[in-house]
Design a binder for this molecule. Structure first.
Ligand SMILES: Nc1ncnc2c1ncn2[C@@H]1O[C@H](COP(=O)(O)OP(=O)(O)OP(=O)(O)O)[C@@H](O)[C@H]1O
Length: 355
């Protein structure tokens, strides 16, 4: 279990102070994967450095399974770090060593007996699906295989926590999914506590049980995936269930108000649109839609235009009475879907022909 409480990191640049982390709190239970998403400069790398003790926080605490990292003495830092496995964007392997040699390295550093190293390395390479590749050099491996070696190396010290910093950003979509599935499988099998730092919403959707959105050093939204996705106005929901830009239809019969509707759980299975059409005796047009299963629940996000004579207030009330989030879409909702424009593009890759 990782618990971060009110973590602050202030850098000094001459007389100027840069607040990189401004009171970050989060909690990740054992056996689960938490995503940290945020734009460039949000404080993600600083958070990683504070969690791995490469940087000392200005204040606040980081607790891993009962050990308070912020009070670890300098002489104990190396031992404390061994409880945290790190997976990087590029596997950062030593080119002169084989796959086995790379995985063995952290064990050799702490003078593990040779026989134990050999057995452990074989087990770890098998665990990450690289049996038979022991003697391959990094230049003979694909990007995904190199990342597998990096994961095996991160697990060599039997860590409680796996900290993955953009683990798939350098990989193609299919390999990304293979590596994410491996991380998910290892999390379950080894009961790891996993934090994934990413700027890709796809990573969050595929493997994270919970997520925090970091902006300007603060957690601005956070929660279980299914909970944050159910908040129509949240940035995370809009990034998890993105709608493409759409123009309202301007024909004589369909110049009416545009609504945004978010179905979740049971309501996602109901024929709600037809029941609105029947109840109010109106036509409606779906302008854009996105359907996903997130955190084991089904979600649907729709932009719908009502007939021009429709009483949208009554329709909104009807939907909300049935537990469905709905609102009048404003111009911004219809053009620029979310702050995560690039992540929306990642979705396009995910659902497009390349997969
Ligand atoms: N050593 C440092 N000295 C001064 N300021 C720093 C230092 N490291 C980071 N910062 C500042 O702290 C803020 C957060 O930076 P950080 O690198 O943690 O963001 P990030 O979310 O990781 O961004 P990116 O995705 O681009 O790596 C930025 O304003 C950055 O300029």
């Amino acid at each position: 279990m990782i618990t971060v409480t009110d973590l602050r990191k202030v850098y000094r640049q001459g007389k100027k102070e840069v607040v990189a982390l401004d009171g970050v709190s989060l909690s990740v239970p054992k056996g689960s994967i938490h995503g940290i998403i945020g734009h460039s400069g949000a404080g993600k790398s600083t958070l990683v450095r504070c969690l791995t003790l490469l940087d000392r926080p200005t204040s606040g605490s980081v607790n891993i399974d009962g050990t308070e990292l912020s009070s670890v003495r300098d002489s104990e830092i190396r031992a404390a770090r061994r409880r945290i496995g790190m997976v990087f964007q590029h596997a950062n392997l030593m080119d002169s060593r084989t796959a086995a040699g790379n995985v063995a390295h952290p064990l050799e550093l702490v003078k593990t007996p040779k026989d134990t190293v050999r057995t452990k390395v074989a087990e770890l390479l098998k665990l990450v699906g690289l049996e038979g590749f022991e003697n391959a050099y990094p230049s003979q491996l694909s990007g995904g295989q190199r990342q597998r070696v990096g994961i095996a190396r991160a697990l060599a010290s039997d860590p409680d926590v796996l900290l993955c910093d953009e683990p798939t950003s350098a990989l193609d979509p299919a390999t990304t999914d293979e590596i994410l599935d491996l991380i998910q499988d290892l999390t379950r099998r080894l009961q790891l506590t996993v934090l994934i730092i990413t700027h890709e919403m796809h990573v969050v959707k595929r493997v994270c049980g919970s997520v925090s959105l970091l902006a300007k050093g603060r957690v601005v939204e956070a929660g279980e995936l299914a909970d944050v996705a159910a908040e129509l106005d949240s940035k995370l929901a809009r990034a998890l269930l993105p709608l493409p830009a759409s123009e309202p239809i301007k024909g004589a019969l369909q110049a009416g108000p545009v609504l945004e509707i978010l179905f979740s759980g049971e309501s996602a299975k109901e024929p709600v649109l037809t029941s609105v059409a029947r109840h109010f005796d109106i036509d409606l047009n779906v302008l854009a839609g996105s359907v996903e299963t997130l955190g084991g629940q089904q979600f649907g996000h729709l932009r719908v235009q009502l007939a021009d004579h429709a009483d949208y207030d009554a329709v909104l009330g009807y939907l909300r009475d049935r537990g469905i989030s709905a609102k009048l879409a404003d111009a911004a909702d219809r053009s620029d879907e979310s702050d995560f424009a690039s992540d929306t593009a990642d979705f396009a890759v995910e659902t497009g022909d390349s997969k």
